[in-house]
Design a protein. Structure first.
Lengths: 406, 382, 406, 382
């Protein structure tokens, strides 16, 4: 299994790189979010939506998905190259992240032909934004405890929703929600009573209210269902199969790759960015980069970043895996990425010395307070989509084969 | 190693015990989350009625001799007040005013002491210090590039200071300037210095107020000089040493507050059918944080006990050790507070982030742990 | 509660310091153990026993215990001063550690008048060494699972012991063992079936076999009971009260102070020792102490050491405690001490640069390989007497008031 | 930052896959705990029958061109063998012999290549390197103080080398010496150099063998010179770069072995009525160790892929990164292995300590993480 890139792939990579470089939109006057969970206003939303559409039209999104649903029917490795080059060229992120990475693959895997025909293409074009309705207030990522009720109206076949979902990113802009709700409160287990819906967000009785984050920005919502009626065909799979489908969504969410439409969901800040910030930083009268202790820390971060990237690569290509833990690298992606981002941001604040005290909106803040903001925003990664604690449980159980930690 | 071990000793007088009880009750009552969040939205960041109450309780002159209008207590008592203010996220110009008052007292300039100290203790005037500069980003007291140039009977100032705590609230500002290549402290009456170009800063702790001041062209009379040369250096070193202790106390207290908030949540919140505090992934990091906090408190109390404001010996060492450790403690628990609260911890509504932000600011003001350790290495190893 | 030392105490401290300095025995030709759990041969044992006896005869041990049992009936603070000065002067450790610190205080608290008369004085003089029989192979510190059986012979009143205890430090030299054994296998709970014994080690059927440690030295034993008969009066308290008494012993063992006879049980290595080693160390051609990264780490260790000492002091004098956790500092002693020692030893190896590869017995090893050995030996602290994991559970439950982590 | 990002690429040929399977089976069978514990008690530390088997399988010349008697495979294959030897705690002079063989090949000294390489591949002779010195405790290749002084037709050596791996087992020793102020590599035939003063060293990994050699007064003919000047420097840099990778592979493998031992125990051992592996205090640190190990493996494979033996570019950077991370990984899991085994972990009988000791030695041989990061900073930042 030689992994040296073939001349054809190399050429394709160059072509993609050029297209992205040429077509990358000009930096807007407002700051762009670093993650799709940080889209805080309509300017950002429209800018990103237009960019996703442009990428799709150029043929660089959903490349490995079937042509009949709007994909391009090409090999996955081409999409992988596009994804990598998006990070290299630093293009803006794909705003319909939930659609591209979780809802879309789930529909492709569990959906009916009709559902695929209906939903997939608008996901790719960004015409129809998706949000996710799993977590509920008071239960966090403990999905077995989902309380939102979906009661089937025997006359119309519609489901009547009551309850509330939290951390519904982009719920205000979304057309649809992947929704986990309880259809049978008397089922044999708390899991067996759950069903999975592709729910319309514009139904009567559905209301999304934005939630302030610790950075005092918007970015996600709480969505309320008050006798909201959704059509019978919103149900995916059968009643009572919701848990199984939700788990399959979580597999995508936790960073296992394969099946997603592609595109970058985050702007990745790198050690190189921190270095470039550090070049102009002074600590106690001396350039920060001359401080041997900070140099030591910077190099440590650099090694981590290189290793993380190589490990991801190794996982994706099943290259030289440890036989005892073949799936370890994929399951670790989210944990490693989110904690790495936290450490990187904290270090980028530290190198600023006395100036580290300043926050965004201060005209003298280094890089406009990017890193101070990033430090706060970075908790989204270690909490959202299953906390780092939960991620470690999952790896301990599924990769290290240790007994369940309950 | 060059230093002799100081005796194990922490000052805990009876006065301190009584003061602690009274201050805890007062601040718990006054400094509610709701109240502090409201103040954070104001320009001044503090409540004038509360400020007057602090004056009436004698806190504004807590460590000021009675002859000058103060309460005549010591640094350990002052330190305890700062710890409790951190514990309850209290916001006010207390740090700025206390440090400036001590600077005036240390200057031995009778005129300034007579003119200002009683007013600063009574709450009728507020003072602050302008010591650090964007020009060199230094955390050390004598790295001064702002200048004061003699010009007839007066002095013309030049240069910019940043992180002037409560500059927007101050009636007087004491700045450090070079006069003929030597450090000097100059006291500006803000009311009479109308030409002062002052801009509010936006800090990581949005409940804290400070300004950036450009002094270019400001004229002050010779009488504005508080201290010069070696005397100015001594005052600066005294003030920095004291700042280490008071900021450390604030951070250790902040850490305690963050810990209590987190423990309350961990005791009642359930996930996967169990209280989250029963998961070792939650509880063990909190134990680690507790150990760091206790160490910080020990170092803070010790530093307050051995404090004499001089540079180069155990007083400076103790202050820098405290600053280093309490920064780490408050940073750690601030992060754990957010993380342990899960999704809620990431919302503005949850109080967890208030503790991290206060800790973050305290960590970088006057030198972070890496900086403090570098200076400690020079003091201890060489 | 002023804590400035009175002139009388200062004078006493000076007197103790002088006596210890004058009477401290000459360094032997063999290396001395750093902890009582590391006594590996008879030379060490006899040397340390003689020293403990000398300290007792001088009146500096068991100072706060009653005169009628062999103590000196003086205030505890005098013994505290002696303990501190032993560390300052760096005198050898007290070999009868289990007797002085755990068995002795337990007998003082739970024992009969007769037991106190019989056991206390030989503990202080080191004439009768004690060992501890709590842990068993296969159950570690999970004392609820103790399997060693003690069956009462209804005719003689003797108890017949069968089973085995592990980590019985100094069992070969010991006269007595504090022993937790099961007298009633059918008790209402696994705890209610346990009883506590002051068991003679020289009974027939008791055999102590040494265990090699990771440093390839001896230091503790496994003790086997094979129909060993011990007299009726070995029972302490009543049958079925063993668990309660054992928990009280563990309180002493986990570092809560008060009630112990005094004396130092460990030789404390300090940051100053590491510094003194580092002065002569070279890393990559330059003095280790000139490396800014190592300086940073050394100072960090120094701050930790100072803080640990101050926190211990604060705990012992109840000085300015946080009202929400009045007992936190005492319970943390063992955890902080053992983990601190681990970090310190690892750093002391690191400063040696290329020479860090050498171990004891190599004539070129720095400090005779003291630190390399200390690094291995330091696991005794984080494992023995309840692992660091268990210590954190205890602090989480008892100090932070968090729900039990089972 | 001066470097351009190298492409993401890890070499994993089919040969590598087959070799991995064969080597795993062989070493699992041959290198049992019992066998390795027995060898550790011997003077030589290895088994001659096994050594001959390695030769027969072509491992001794794995990365030696076929024309010189080797198997003609590459550095990635060699690296994998080292990883597996670490995994199964295999002990032998394989590292010493492999590095010395590569040094001879790199020297381009046809005479030495002809005289020695085939014998080293066949197992009939063993070679080692003598590069570091107690005199300056350096971890870098050209910090040489030992000298060779021309004396008629021969050279007189002076100075002491330490950590000569398997010096007691070697038939020939290649040492670095200064000739007229320039580095040179000199190859001594141990059999003909009877005056060699060699003392066994006692290493933290008691299964590893090395010696300290005093060369004072040893005479060697001019033909003993393998390389001089820039050529010697290039060989030294090549050997050091390769050592980083092979030691890293050994440590990453050791870490894997320690992990497996610990996991097996954590899955079955019960405490307080539960398997210890179900406690997050046990399992989460093991997850952290796993992540470090995977990162180490990725860096090791990458370093082996981009290896070209030159100094100053991506080859050196990759090697030092791997050395840094795998030292940390193996140290961490070594400690966790002992700690997770509880009381048993502290006994000689339990295998946990064997992994920590092997990791400890590998960490300090040829530069620990702090050292590697210092050199990386110079390569990457400046």
């Amino acid at each position: 299994m030689k992994k040296i890139e073939s001349p054809e792939l190399k050429e394709f990579r160059a072509e993609v790189n050029k297209w992205l470089t040429d077509n990358k939109p000009a930096k807007p006057s407002f700051p762009l979010p670093q993650s799709f969970t940080e889209v805080g206003n309509n300017d950002q939303f429209e800018y990103l939506k237009a960019w996703q559409n442009k990428v799709y039209e150029a043929g660089y999104l959903g490349m490995a998905w079937p042509v009949e649903y709007g994909g391009r029917g090409r090999p996955q490795e081409l999409q992988d190259i596009v994804n990598q080059e998006m990070l290299n060229v630093r293009t803006p992120l794909m705003v319909n992240a939930v659609g591209l990475s979780w809802a879309g693959p789930t529909i492709m895997k569990h959906g009916t032909e009709e559902q695929k025909q209906k939903y997939i293409k608008p996901i790719l074009t960004a015409d129809e934004i998706w949000c996710q309705g799993f977590s509920e207030p008071g239960h966090g990522s403990d999905l077995g405890n989902v309380q939102t009720k979906a009661v089937r109206d025997p006359e119309t076949g519609e489901y009547v929703l009551n309850g509330s979902k939290i951390w519904t990113t982009l719920a205000e802009q979304a057309e649809h929600m992947i929704l986990l709700a309880r259809t049978n409160p008397d089922a044999s287990s708390k899991y067996a009573g759950l069903s999975f819906f592709l729910a319309p967000m514009h139904a009567k009785g559905v209301e999304a209210k934005p939630i302030y984050k610790i950075s005092k920005e918007y970015g996600f919502c709480q969505t309320f269902f008050d006798d909201a009626r959704i059509p019978a065909e919103s149900l995916m799979g059968e009643e009572g199969h919701g848990w199984m489908i939700a788990m399959s969504v979580l597999t995508f969410e936790r960073g296992v790759t394969g099946g997603q439409a592609g595109g970058n969901l985050f702007e990745i800040t790198t050690v190189r960015d921190v270095h470039d910030t550090a070049v102009d930083c002074i600590r106690d009268g001396k350039p920060s980069l001359e401080d041997p202790v900070l140099r030591d820390e910077l190099i440590d971060l650099y090694i981590s970043e290189r290793a993380t990237r190589l490990s991801k690569h190794r996982g994706e290509h099943s290259a030289l895996l440890v036989p005892e833990r073949m799936h370890g690298l994929g399951l670790a992606n989210k944990l490693v990425g989110s904690e790495g981002r936290q450490v990187l941001n904290a270090f980028a604040v530290k190198i600023q010395g006395n100036q580290a005290q300043l926050y965004m909106d201060d005209e003298n803040a280094i890089n406009g307070g990017l890193w101070q903001h990033g430090q706060l925003a970075s908790f989204a990664g270690s909490i959202g989509g299953g906390t780092s604690e939960v991620q470690r449980n999952i790896i301990a159980e599924r990769v290290l084969n240790l007994p369940k930690s309950r | 190693m060059n230093i002799s071990e100081a005796p194990l000793h922490i000052d805990c007088s009876e006065e301190l015990g009584l003061l602690t009880e009274a201050a805890t009750n007062y601040l718990r009552d006054k400094s509610t989350f709701e109240e502090m969040r409201k103040l954070a939205e104001t320009d001044s960041g503090y409540d004038t009625t509360t400020w007057q109450e602090l004056a009436d309780m004698g806190w504004l002159g807590l460590a000021v001799p009675e002859e000058f209008g103060g309460s005549g207590l010591g640094i350990p008592e002052l330190t305890k007040i700062f710890e409790l203010m951190g514990r309850f996220l209290f916001s006010s110009p207390f740090l700025a005013n206390t440090l400036a008052t001590q600077a005036i007292l240390q200057s031995n300039s009778d005129g300034h002491i007579q003119d200002w100290v009683a007013d600063l203790c009574s709450g009728s005037k507020i003072a602050t210090l302008a010591l650090t500069e964007p020009n060199n980003d230094s955390w050390e007291p004598t790295a001064i590039t702002c200048t004061a140039t003699k010009n007839g009977d007066s002095y013309t100032l030049a240069g910019t200071k940043n992180f002037v705590l409560d500059g927007q609230n101050a009636d007087t500002i004491i700045g450090s300037f070079m006069i003929d290549g030597k450090p000097a402290l100059i006291m500006l009456d803000a009311a009479t210095t109308s030409s002062l170009s002052q801009l509010p800063e936006q800090l990581v702790n949005h409940a804290r107020r400070s300004t950036r001041i450009n002094f270019d062209g400001v004229q002050v009379p010779a009488s504005a000089i508080l201290a010069t040369g070696d005397e100015a250096v001594k005052v600066l070193q005294y003030v920095f040493s004291l700042t280490y202790i008071l900021l450390s106390a604030d951070m250790a207290g902040t850490a305690n507050g963050g810990m209590e908030l987190t423990l309350e949540y961990a005791r009642v919140r359930e996930q996967f059918g169990k209280h989250i505090g029963s998961y070792q992934a939650v509880s063990h990091p909190l134990v680690n944080a507790m150990l760091l906090i206790e160490d910080s408190l020990s170092l803070v109390y010790y530093a307050a006990t051995v404090f004499d404001g001089t540079w180069g010996g155990e007083s400076e060492i103790a202050g820098r050790m405290a600053k280093s450790r309490s920064a780490e403690a408050s940073d750690l628990i601030g992060r754990r507070a957010i993380q342990s609260h899960g999704g809620m911890g990431f919302t503005w509504e949850c109080h967890a982030h208030l503790f991290l932000k206060r800790a973050q600011w305290g960590q970088y003001a006057y030198g972070d742990p890496t900086h403090q350790r570098r200076h400690l290495a020079a003091l201890i190893i060489d």
